[in-house]
Design a protein around this ligand. Structure first.
Ligand code: MN
Length: 198
């Protein structure tokens, strides 16, 4: 299977003023596309290695595959997690689970904002469902694929790479990490939570 870039599910200007159209267009059309291309290239190179029986470059290929495929998966989720009608806070089962796990929505939000702000270098924060313990957790992903909670399913992801905010917020990542809450599509997050819990 070849990966393809999914269309942005909304007009790139529709998240303004919280995220500019310029950021959305570059981020989606150029950065996300690069991860799609990188994943496909790594898959081609792995197919070639199988065909020739030459696995001398396998370790590097595995890292490249993990970086690019994880980047594609995270960005595909990020676009869906945001929306022009977002903001406020979750309701229903997801809200109750967040209260149970984190004490309150505000406590959860502070923890996840801190995770976004404090990523060293490039990475993500994520609200995930951890299936063994059957509970929500906040995860801080380094790059796209390191320091992850293995087996956990991301419900909400926030991109903390500079390309996600720098054109608008410059070095003020904390402002971006606060502003992004205005465009979180909680209906999307709640659908994913319901699906994970079965
Ligand atoms: Mn990104």
């Amino acid at each position: 299977m070849t990966y393809t870039l999914p269309a942005l599910p909304y007009d790139p200007a529709s998240l303004e003023p919280h995220l500019s159209a310029t950021i959305l267009e570059l981020h989606h059309d150029k950065h996300h596309q690069a991860y799609v291309d990188g994943a496909n290239k790594a898959l081609d190179q792995l197919a070639e290695a199988r065909a020739t029986g030459d696995f001398a470059s396998l370790v590097g290929l595995q890292k490249t595959l993990a970086f690019n495929t994880s980047g594609h998966v995270l960005h595909s989720l990020y676009w869906q997690n945001l929306g022009p009608d977002g903001g406020d806070k979750p309701v229903g089962d997801l809200a109750a689970a967040i209260d149970d796990q984190f004490g309150s929505f505000d406590a959860f939000r502070k923890q996840m904002t801190a995770a976004t702000v404090s990523v060293q270098g490039s990475g993500w924060s994520a609200l995930v469902w951890e299936p063994v313990g059957q509970q929500l957790m906040v995860e801080q992903v380094e790059v796209h694929h390191e320091s992850v909670l293995v087996g956990s399913d991301p419900l909400l992801v926030i991109d903390a790479w500079e390309h996600a905010y720098y054109l608008q917020y410059q070095n003020r990542r904390a402002e971006y990490a606060e502003a992004i809450w205005n465009v979180v599509n909680w209906d999307d997050v709640a659908r994913r939570f319901a699906a994970m819990r079965g």
